[in-house]
Design a protein around this ligand. Structure first.
Ligand code: DGL
Length: 261
């Protein structure tokens, strides 16, 4: 048994889509979430900067004495996961590996990936998909406007529809579309409307939550509490729209945040 919290971070509110799935699957666990709003967006930054930012956020979480860390960000996973795993002596899970395992188990071969510019530039998704499913055909598309729109709460208006149409119009003939940025599940309804009912829309948070559950069970790190766990949310800058979007996502009346960093 291990009652310490599970640490999570993202550049902003996107990682809350992962937090939500973790809370669903592991209701007794405690969570500490950092939204690095002072450095948002990660998606347009260099690999070197992403590594520096991830290092700081992981140090913050280690100072909070978390038992493991989830990088709830596609950009950070694709460009810094291996470096962070080599640098720190704490279990660190990203969003790519658990999702690729699911794609393989489901036998998907025609796969679309939408993500930030940095993630698509890193080719992280395609490499890992092809390592696991060599015959897979992958269509990648960077969608740089979507994460800022999600932070703004523009998730169900005409502008979101137009942007998503423009980004997805050339992706054709796929069985699954990976939402390779954790902000994108906020647009799931519009994306579904654009690609059609037959395409499986992959929310990485669900796969990550299953992976975390498996990991803590196997390593006997579960929280021994029988009551619902607690979630603490920290932001590196409070001048943002985080609370409004997080409230919608978590269907909560209020979301309390604290300043960090
Ligand atoms: N949520 C992030 C991701 O999964 C990053 C968005 C951004 O900061 O650009 O890639």
């Amino acid at each position: 048994m291990d009652n310490r919290a599970i640490g999570i971070f993202d550049s902003g509110v996107g990682g809350v889509t992962v937090l939500k799935e973790l809370q669903k699957l592991l209701p007794n666990e405690n969570f500490a979430y950092i939204g690095d709003t002072a450095s948002f967006p990660y998606g347009s930054k260099s690999k070197k900067t992403i590594i520096e930012l991830c290092k700081k956020r992981i140090e913050n979480l280690i100072d909070m004495e978390v038992k493991m860390i989830v990088i709830a960000c596609g950009t950070a996973t694709s460009q810094a996961l291996e470096e962070m795993q080599a640098m720190f002596n704490i279990p660190i899970i990203g969003i790519i590996k658990p999702t690729v395992r699911y794609l393989r188990d489901m036998n998907f071969k025609k796969i679309g990936v939408i993500a930030t510019t940095g993630t698509i530039r890193s080719n992280g998704w395609e490499e890992k998909i092809k390592e696991s499913i060599p015959e897979a055909k992958v269509q990648n598309k960077a969608c740089p406007l979507l994460a800022p729109m999600a932070e703004e709460g523009w998730i169900d208006n005409e502008i979101a529809k137009l942007a998503i149409h423009e980004y997805l119009k050339d992706i054709k003939n796929i069985d699954a579309l990976v939402l390779g940025c954790t902000h994108y599940p906020l647009f799931k309804k519009i994306i579904k409307g654009e690609v059609g009912e037959n395409v499986d829309i992959i929310n990485t948070g669900e796969m990550v939550a299953r992976e975390v559950r498996e990991y803590i069970r196997k390593n006997k790190m579960e929280n021994g509490n029988s009551e619902n766990g607690d979630t603490q949310i920290y932001l590196t800058d409070l001048e943002c729209n985080f609370i409004n979007v997080a409230k919608k996502l978590l269907q909560a009346e209020d979301v309390k945040i604290q300043k960090i960093g």
